[in-house]
Design a protein around this ligand. Structure first.
Ligand SMILES: Cc1cc2nc3c(=O)[nH]c(=O)nc-3n(C[C@H](O)[C@H](O)[C@H](O)COP(=O)(O)O)c2cc1C
Length: 360
């Protein structure tokens, strides 16, 4: 199974299956001298963890990350950083009765077609449990970003017909990272919608928005490794992510040039900025110093308790009924907030390091 590694200078490899003994990540290329503790990583993990709220899966993983290598006396040494998370809250009994069925919206059909073998316990490698490793590695990337003065906010922007209204003045300084959405009124409505879908044994999708502030100008390479291309690829590698847009995004298609063009001007300190940010902080694939703004569309959770018609692996018509007590997120986007921010942080940390090669 290929492609378990990504990044160029800051390279992340993840390994492990949902119901295996452990999962983990190896981060190669982290510069020496970064202060790093397990506690730094645990803070990020708590945002992604399930079992904290009725809006997420009841699977209660402590997600304790152990650092096995690459750190000495609280500082990175430049050697590979190996992270391990033991799987503790495992219940594989639920998968036996349904493992001969193609699960709508899931990866078991395509994995079986490709590899001829599939670990059905909790979805194996296809499980979003793997995203815990991305958040752990992302915590290290975020420390590099903070060192460069870069901060991020990530939240639910849209859910069903509820749209969060986020003030332009919102910034990381007045934003609580564990919040699902800074618009309290919209958050209440979103919670109601999720509870309602849950009662109906159904699930919901959502749009997540992320903003990264104080990126230096110059990140990203102009042709095949445009900053948008790298971020989009990272986002689309997140399970259940079905779309990405930057700045004005798909709305740009309905705008005029006179409306969409971001006009250059000087700010109070004499730096070149733009009056608007329809480009989402990237021009020609290169960061322009404005906030990097993008949104991702997350599909509704595939595992629902409503019985659904399907096929068995022998191609016979069947009804898929999830076993009583199956544990699923009614809206995966909530836990994906931390994953989106982690993946973008890794891409930006990688781009910061790569940018050292750009000129004398
Ligand atoms: C944080 C997170 C949690 C998820 N939890 C679930 C879940 O509880 N149940 C489920 O059916 N899918 C869940 N997913 C999505 C599936 O992993 C994903 O839809 C599936 O592997 C098929 O991949 P695809 O949707 O990218 O095609 C989750 C995704 C993320 C990012």
């Amino acid at each position: 199974m290929g492609s378990n590694t990504f990044g160029r200078a800051f390279r992340v490899t993840t390994w492990g299956e949902s119901h295996g003994k452990a999962i983990g990540a190896v981060v190669d290329g982290c510069p020496a001298g970064l202060s790093l503790s397990e506690n730094d990583i645990h803070q990020e993990m708590s945002v992604r963890r399930g079992g904290r709220s009725p809006l997420t899966t009841p699977r209660k993983e402590p997600d304790d990350v152990e650092i096995l290598s690459g750190v000495y006396e609280g500082k990175t040494t430049g050697a590979p950083i190996s992270l391990i998370i033991y799987n503790r809250d495992i219940d594989s009994s639920k998968y036996g009765p349904i493992q001969h069925l193609m699960r709508p919206g899931h990866a078991n059909f395509t994995y079986l077609e490709k590899y001829g073998i599939f670990d059905p316990r909790g979805g194996g490698r296809a499980s979003a449990r793997e995203t815990a490793c991305r958040v752990a590695a992302g915590a290290i990337a975020k420390k590099i970003l903070v060192h460069h003065g870069i901060h991020a906010i990530t939240y639910l922007k849209e859910l069903s017909d509820v749209k969060a209204s986020i003030s332009d003045r919102i910034s990381y300084t007045n934003y609580h990272t564990a919040s699902i959405c800074p618009d309290e009124q919209a958050l209440c409505l979103m919670k109601e919608k999720i509870e309602h879908a849950k009662v109906q044994n159904d699930s919901l999708g959502a749009v997540i928005e992320s903003q990264f502030f104080h990126l230096p100008k110059g990140l990203g390479d102009p042709i095949y490794e445009k900053l948008e291309a790298l971020i989009a690829s990272a986002m689309l590698s997140i399970p259940a992510c079905k779309g990405v847009e930057f700045g004005a995004g798909f709305k740009a298609a309905a705008m005029r040039g006179s409306e969409h063009n971001d006009i250059f001007c000087l700010n109070d300190t004499g730096s070149v900025v733009t009056e608007t940010n329809h480009s989402g902080g990237v021009l020609g694939g290169i960061s322009n110093g404005m906030p990097l703004v993008f949104r991702v569309s997350m599909k509704p959770t595939s595992s629902i308790a409503i019985p659904q018609p399907t096929l068995s692996m022998n191609k016979e018509s069947q009804i898929l009924t999830l076993p009583e007590g199956s544990r699923n997120d009614p809206c995966v986007a909530i836990r994906a907030i931390a994953v989106v921010e982690a993946m973008a942080s890794i891409i930006i940390a990688d781009s910061l390091l790569m940018n050292r090669l750009s000129r004398l």
